[in-house]
Design a protein around this ligand. Structure first.
Ligand code: C2E
Ligand code: CA
Ligand code: CA
Length: 739
């Protein structure tokens, strides 16, 4: 406002000085292309308002033209001037007859506005008038320039205040913390929604120095970032951790240099530092990585991680021509621990085992958990050549086995477990990752076949064996479809010679290989989940036989046919339904079917076993314990089980005539059966002498080649018919008829 007052004052002075009483001054200021009224104290306000905002141009009165031409424009007589053609009516209406206009030019040579003198009659300026005008225009230009500047500054201040408010609003709503730090490390300004991410409360930090506030280990790297930001003059992005009020936080920091941050100390440089809390993101990233590459139970690398390490290892071996090894380790009978004690106990064992294994491997080696109870140990270097590698990896395998020497304590129980290991050497000749794993796995199965608790090296012959197994599996599937399986039947007779039952034994009538015995295909069928299908075939044949025998009226209610039940079937929930389905189809009673389970099957989770047996018993099925004497079943449970028969294993019957252990074992088993009040059956009886001896021990029944070999259903039927008329007596055993 001060400048406008000054301008008005200037005009009064010129109006006094100029030699014309009617002289009136007007100062217009130029904004863009328009002239605005600035000061004209003696000109009618209405006139001023009417010309306010006038667009400058080549014929726009004296002022519009002067500003346009950027040169002085003298109009001596408005009435006749072509420049005033459009405005003369207006001017003349207010008694204005002449107008001398001079542009006001800034020090930067910009047109700031115009200075005009109006006269009440046509008039030309004298030289003195012009000098006077120039003199006043000079002052006006200074005043106008100042006026413009002060307006600009005011606007700037308003703009600045507004942008400050915006900035504050932003920083308050953003979760990030914004710090302004001086080059010396002073907290110059702090913006943020809360104090939580700060080392201390804002009031305690502001204007303090990082080096005085933070521990040295944190202050030093922060100072280094400030230095780098200023040295490179560029944005820096980095991560750091700091123990702040909220806790231990991982931050993502971004810094940028700011110069002249403080007007009172413009030479001091500053850094704007934005800190973002990325703790949660970091944790999830870590978690994801862990899930992807580590086993969650044992924290060991998983298969994916193993594959990565293996491929790196293989590349290294290809370059260096050294030898490495991959060991596949599988816990023997782990399933038993799981089944008998529950999964959490199994998990405990695996965790303890992984600790023991980790403790004995070198740091450069990898221990990974690749499946339930399967571990892989990747040894980066086991020697320069195969011979050394063989020795080295065998030593490692023995070391791995040694961790099993000590019992595993789970809860209050102690378990002795063992493992099977397969070893595959890795060298430039054997470097296909898939093969290495497959070969080690095959070798591990070789150890299992040996009975577990051993290690085996991969041998290409093993691969052939495995391939043969796969071939066999495919052939079994085909054979089931082609109806090549059937049951054979072997009779059981009591000590007094009556036929009391028969055992169904499966046979494979192969179109090329001929008759195949069960031991050759049952394990494969079990392994590949085909056993239930085979069992259904056997059960079907059993039912047909029973129905035929019943139709002939040659069996009584006590006659039973035995069927062998595999461990995997016994464990399955569907066993009962499968059995019932078939026998109801044939209208056969469950009590006519005797389920033979082996003694080893009783050594697992005894409670589950009892429950499964009880359920089947409630449905009317009868149980016989097969291969008795060979397992390690807990005899105390025997009386708790719904068992109707003990079958003494053939291996003992084979030795029953040597007056040594064979005899006493059989005698003991028979006595045990008697004490439990269940019949004992001897299997594999081949000679009359064996039968004689067994009878002296009060055996209840026998089964074996002495009586008959397993026969086709129709052969059995004929045999049964032939022999049922007369009890099979000792004296005529040799004459047992084979029709
Ligand atoms: P197992 O249950 O112990 O069957 C007795 C085996 O001894 C049968 O062999 C039988 O043929 C044989 N055997 C019987 N008496 C004599 C004898 O006096 N001397 C000799 N040397 N052997 C005799 P097989 O039929 O080869 O069966 C072998 C094993 O296969 C069976 O042992 C049984 O564990 C299994 N098995 C047979 N059929 C089935 C079936 O349908 N399902 C299941 N899961 N396993 C079966
Ligand atoms: Ca059997
Ligand atoms: Ca047996």
């Amino acid at each position: 406002m001060f400048y406008v007052a000054l301008l008005s004052h200037l005009k009064f002075s010129i109006e006094e000085v100029i030699d014309d009483e009617s002289a009136r001054c007007s100062i217009l200021s130029l904004k863009g292309n328009q002239l605005f009224h600035c000061a004209a104290p003696n000109i009618d306000d209405k006139y001023c308002q009417l010309i306010n905002g006038l667009q400058i141009g080549p014929n726009v009165g004296s002022c519009g033209t002067a500003a346009y031409r950027k040169s002085r424009t003298i109009v001596e007589d408005i009435a006749i001037s072509p420049l005033w053609k459009d405005f003369k009516e207006l001017a003349l209406g207010f008694g204005l007859k002449a107008c001398w206009s001079t542009p006001i030019i800034s020090t930067q040579l910009e047109i700031l506005g115009t200075f005009a003198i109006y006269h009440g009659s046509p008039k030309a300026p004298s030289t003195k008038d012009l000098e006077l005008i120039d003199y006043f225009v000079h002052f006006s230009s200074i005043a106008l320039e100042k006026n413009v500047e002060s307006l600009k500054v005011k606007q700037l201040i308003v703009d600045l205040q507004q942008s400050n408010k915006k900035f504050e609003a932003f920083t308050n709503v953003l979760p990030d913390l914004t710090l302004i730090l001086s080059e010396d490390g002073e907290y110059t300004d702090i913006y943020g929604s809360s104090d939580e991410l700060l080392y201390d409360s804002l009031s305690k930090l502001i204007h303090k120095n990082i080096n005085d506030v933070l521990p040295k280990k944190d202050a030093l790297p922060m100072m280094a970032v400030i230095e780098k930001t200023l040295a490179t003059n560029d944005i820096q992005v980095f991560e750091y951790q700091l123990e702040v009020q909220k806790g231990k936080i991982t931050f993502e920091g971004r810094t940028a240099p700011i110069d002249r941050y403080q007007s009172n100390n413009p030479s001091q440089r500053h850094v704007v530092w934005i800190a973002r809390d990325i703790t949660i993101r970091k944790e999830t990233e870590k978690e994801i990585e862990k899930l992807a590459f580590f086993d969650s139970l044992t924290n060991l690398p998983n298969r994916r991680m193993l594959n990565e390490r293996l491929s790196m290892c293989v590349n290294r071996i290809k370059r260096t021509n050294k030898t490495g090894a991959l060991l596949y380790l599988d816990v023997d009978k782990f399933k038993r621990v799981n089944d008998s004690l529950g999964h959490s106990a199994g998990d405990e064992l695996l965790v303890e085992l992984s600790k023991r294994l980790s403790a004995i491997i070198r740091e450069s080696d990898t221990l990974a958990r690749v499946g339930g109870d399967e571990f892989v140990i990747l040894l980066e270097y086991v020697g320069e050549d195969n011979e050394q590698a063989n020795i080295e990896s065998a030593i490692v395998a023995q070391k791995l086995q040694s961790v099993f020497h000590e019992k595993f304590e789970i809860g209050r129980l102690a378990f002795q477990v063992s493992c099977s290991i397969g070893i595959c050497l890795i060298d430039s000749g054997n470097s296909a990752i898939d093969n290495i794993l497959k070969f080690a796995d095959t070798a591990m199965y070789r150890s299992k076949d040996k009975g577990g608790n051993s290690y085996s090296f991969y041998d290409p012959k093993l691969q052939t064996l495995l391939e043969k197994q796969v071939e066999l599996e495919t052939d079994i599937v085909r054979a089931i479809a082609c109806d090549e399986f059937c049951a054979y039947f072997q009779p059981q007779i009591s000590a007094s010679g009556e036929i009391i039952g028969a055992e169904a034994l499966i046979r494979w009538n192969h179109p090329v290989k001929g008759l195949i015995a069960p031991n050759e295909f049952i394990p494969i069928a079990e392994q590949y989940g085909l056993i239930q299908k085979l069992q259904n075939i056997v059960l079907r044949d059993i039912c047909i036989l029973i129905n035929q025998l019943s139709a002939e009226n040659i069996i009584d209610e006590l006659f039973t046919v035995s069927i062998n039940i595999s461990q995997c079937q016994f464990n399955s929930f569907t066993l009962k339904a499968e059995l019932l389905n078939t026998i109801t189809d044939f209208n056969v009673r469950p009590s006519q079917i005797k389920l033979e389970i082996t003694e080893t099957m009783l050594s697992g989770d005894i409670e589950n076993t009892i429950q499964q047996m009880e359920e089947l018993k409630e449905n009317g099925f009868i149980f016989s314990i097969d291969d008795f004497g060979t397992g390690y079943s807990c005899l105390t449970y025997l009386s708790a089980l719904p068992v109707k028969e003990l079958k003494i294993d053939k291996s003992f019957i084979d030795k029953v005539l040597d007056n040594g252990t064979g005899f006493s074992i059989v005698e003991t088993i028979i006595n045990l059966a008697k004490s439990l009040n269940i019949p004992a059956v001897a299997e594999g009886v081949e000679t009359l002498e064996q039968f004689e001896t067994l009878k002296t021990m009060h055996i209840d029944a026998i089964q074996g080649y002495l009586i008959a070999k397993p026969m086709l259903k129709n052969d059995y039927l004929a045999w049964h018919k032939h022999n049922v008329e007369e009890n099979i007596r000792e004296e005529n055993i040799e004459n047992i008829g084979h029709p």
